[in-house]
Design a binder for this molecule. Structure first.
Ligand SMILES: Nc1ncnc2c1ncn2[C@@H]1O[C@H](COP(=O)(O)OP(=O)(O)OP(=O)(O)O)[C@@H](O)[C@H]1O
Ligand SMILES: [Mg+2]
Length: 419
């Protein structure tokens, strides 16, 4: 829509000429002959452009009238073109003070007039557009500020949330670790329960020997005719007693060290010695069950980094499993050798039994916690899962191979300590 123009001109013919000219250009034009009429009109309607003659009747000139009109809505821009004759000497300065956009001296050519109107309206429109853009920019900026504020808030909430989550994970991990260590301990206690009769047997033998030798000595020394040869024999028997007593001590010590809750400290471990210690508790039980035990140790085996207590638990688990797999007897072979893997030296420890074997569908499950095929109350199915965990912590691996009804081999590979 084109702009509203107000013309304040007392010369009626001239006013009409200007009005018609502007109407032809599509503007809506209102003409009045004095300042008072102009002010009354401006109170009711908005004019974008006011063209005012300086000299007007009724004691109010054009500049004064426009000043009053401008004061009605000071926040709205009004374009002002003043027209005057050369005789109004003060008029230009007053018009400038009031804020005029153009100043035309009568008489002027109509083209000059039209050009002034169009140029000023164009500028006015540009100004308006600029204002609109500015307002839009300000609005956008405000929206951006709000969005940014929301973003900062969300980020903070997210950070809080992630912090809380981290704390929860930490707590849970701690709880899990505690549970796991309790599980390991209870599985170990269950293994000790399963070892009970073996230990009794193991201890029975040397104790039987000790008793026998003690009785021999008593007999010898109770004779009235004790000769020096008897003392020599007794000394020999006492040496046997000492040896058997030492065997008892080592069995009890092994069992004690096994049942103690381990401090998981890494140490240099002699695997051959550790397997022999483990066997000292269990060998007799295997013999009683008709299980022929053989061991093959590669000479000069290097030591590995591990924890004696944990590794003893690993070996005991595997050997007891083998024993359970051969209720009617069989063979168990333990072999320890070195092997290069990924350019590094490793120890390979294999336990091969000729027991019932593991069906293929179970082979991948045996290392899962609580997987068991045993129905007795002592078996909870934790032995191999704990074994797996311990070996994994030592950066080793454990695998199982089996032929159902024929044999099973568990192989442990552990890195050799670098020192
Ligand atoms: N040498 C083996 N021969 C045949 N099956 C075996 C052998 N070793 C393990 N298994 C199978 O793997 C299962 C899981 O063994 P794992 O030692 O984890 O538990 P478990 O012996 O059943 O119970 P737990 O060890 O807690 O007393 C056993 O129940 C058994 O079916
Ligand atoms: Mg087991």
């Amino acid at each position: 829509m084109k702009e509203q123009i107000l013309i304040i001109e007392d010369d009626e013919a001239f006013r009409k000429t200007l009005t018609n000219l502007l109407k032809k250009e599509g503007y809506s034009v209102t003409g009045v002959s004095d300042g008072f009429q102009a002010i009354e009109l401006a109170k009711k309607s908005l004019f974008e452009l006011i063209i005012a003659d300086v000299r007007l009747p009724k004691g109010m000139d054009g500049i004064e009238a426009v000043s009053i009109i401008k004061g009605i809505r000071p926040e709205i821009k009004v374009i002002v073109i003043i027209i005057t004759g050369y005789t109004d000497e003060n008029a230009p300065v007053r018009a400038l003070r009031m804020g005029v956009d153009d100043y035309l001296y009568k008489p002027f050519k109509m083209e000059v007039f039209l050009h002034s109107v169009e140029r000023n309206i164009k500028m006015y429109r540009l100004e308006e557009e600029k204002k609109e853009h500015l307002e839009m920019l300000e609005k956008m900026n405000e929206e951006l500020n709000v969005a940014q504020h929301e973003l900062i808030q969300s980020k903070k909430e997210l950070e809080d949330y992630s912090k809380r989550l981290e704390q929860k994970v930490e707590e849970r991990t701690k709880q899990l670790k505690e549970t796991q260590s309790q599980l390991v301990q209870s599985a170990k206690m269950s293994t000790i329960g399963q070892l009970g009769s073996a230990v009794a047997h193991e201890l029975n033998n040397p104790i039987g020997g000790i008793l026998g030798y003690a009785q021999f000595i008593l007999q010898k020394l109770s004779k009235p005719d004790v000769v020096p040869k008897d003392f020599k024999t007794c000394k020999q028997y006492i040496a046997y007693i000492e040896e058997e007593a030492k065997r008892c001590k080592s069995i009890v010590e092994n069992l004690l060290s096994f049942s103690r809750k381990p401090l998981i400290a890494l140490e240099s471990v002699d695997i051959k010695q550790l397997i022999e210690n483990t066997l000292s508790i269990i060998r007799h039980q295997l013999e009683l069950q008709n299980i022929k035990l053989t061991t093959n140790y590669e000479p000069k085996l290097p030591s590995i980094s591990g924890n004696v207590n944990q590794l003893q638990q690993v070996f005991t688990n595997i050997i007891i499993n083998a024993q359970h797999a051969m209720p009617k007897g069989g063979k168990l072979n333990i072999r320890v050798s070195t092997k290069m893997k990924d350019g590094k030296k490793h120890l390979q420890i294999s336990f091969k039994d000729t027991g019932c074997g593991i069906p293929k569908k179970n082979l991948e499950k045996v290392f899962e916690p609580f997987f068991t095929t045993k129905e007795d109350w002592q078996s909870i199915g934790l032995g191999l899962s704990i074994t797996y965990q311990i070996i994994k912590e030592l950066k080793g691996i454990i695998t199982a191979q089996s032929k159902v009804g024929k044999e099973t081999t568990f192989t442990i590979t552990l890195p050799v300590s670098s020192s």
